[in-house]
Design a protein around this ligand. Structure first.
Ligand SMILES: [Zn+2]
Length: 300
């Protein structure tokens, strides 16, 4: 099973005519999670054909408006749709209180839908969803901020069919049983164990979502061996000092994180309206071989 990454907003600070505020969909078969929910995320999700009813969880990095302001609107829409299934919302400490305030003021209108809030603290933690494993770790920004790693479960290894046939297993449903990791009993009473006939399990695809932050060790840990690391790159490297002062990174710094983490593809996002994303990506390409500058609604 594959993970699809669909940037829904790739701007920093404020939306522009071409880039929405921070949001990224991580989609598998049948369900998806949303990383950050900047203003307009729910509209962008509908534009790319994502079904809001199949949204499992929203993972908020921090409570700055460009990462959060779309959430009240999204919750309101899910409530109007009559959703009953609970929605998981993860975010830094304070997010539960904030949502309760908005609910009391009548800003949410979630109807019967239960919003299950998981506040992230300290060293972060794990959140188990139906189809995804989620892990959080603290980043270094101007306010409490958490990055997330989203992975599909590992898959069982493949069955050596020739070896199974040689062991006397007939073609048909018994092969399927072995493939699922269960021992089978043959017509002559012999029991064939799947051990030795099945290869090592295959790692599920994974991605990490790292924004907003200065370059930090936890970003490397989140991105360790992932298929895709989505990292903020607010400025070009000439403005590295400004980036550091404001709690942000440059594309070059993000590429160093990706190289240290041995991440597959680096996806740069969260571009200041004053930079050209492709320029930020280009100057980082000498450090990491596979870099994409995220663009709104363009799937990776
Ligand atoms: Zn931001």
């Amino acid at each position: 099973m594959k993970l699809r990454l669909i940037p829904l907003g790739t701007s920093a600070g404020r939306p522009t005519l071409t880039r929405g505020a921070s949001a990224l969909a991580v989609a598998a078969e049948g369900s998806w999670v949303l990383c950050d929910c900047g203003e307009g995320a729910q509209i962008a999700a509908q534009r790319v054909g994502l079904s809001l009813s199949r949204l499992d969880a929203v993972l908020i990095t921090h409570l700055h408006g460009d990462h959060f302001n779309g959430l009240p609107g999204l919750l309101g829409t899910l409530g109007l749709e009559g959703r009953q299934r609970p929605l998981i919302v993860a975010g830094p400490a304070g997010i539960a209180d904030l949502l309760q305030h908005l609910a009391r003021a009548g800003s949410l209108g979630t109807g019967d839908m239960e919003v299950r809030v998981f506040e992230q603290r300290g060293a972060g933690g794990q959140i188990s969803l139906d189809g995804f494993h989620v892990e959080s770790r603290p980043l270094e920004h101007r306010v409490a901020t958490f990055g997330y790693r989203v992975a599909l479960p590992d898959r069982p290894g493949s069955l050596d069919v020739q070896a199974a046939l040689s062991a006397g297993v007939p073609k048909g449903p018994l092969l399927g049983e072995l493939k699922a990791g269960r021992a089978v009993t043959l017509a002559d009473g012999r029991v064939v164990d799947p051990g030795g006939l099945i290869g090592p399990s295959k790692r599920g695809m994974s991605m990490a979502y790292v924004l907003d932050t200065v370059p930090c060790a936890q970003a490397v840990e989140l991105g360790r061996d992932v298929d895709a690391l989505v990292h903020e790159a607010t400025y070009e490297h000439a403005r590295a000092e400004l980036a550091r002062q404001r709690g942000h990174s440059t594309g070059v710094e993000a590429a160093r994180i990706a190289a240290d983490a041995r991440a597959g593809t680096l996806v740069l996002t969260h571009f200041s309206p004053s930079v050209i994303g492709e320029t930020v990506a280009e100057e980082a390409r000498s450090i990491h071989p596979s870099i994409a500058a995220a663009a709104d609604l363009r799937e990776i």
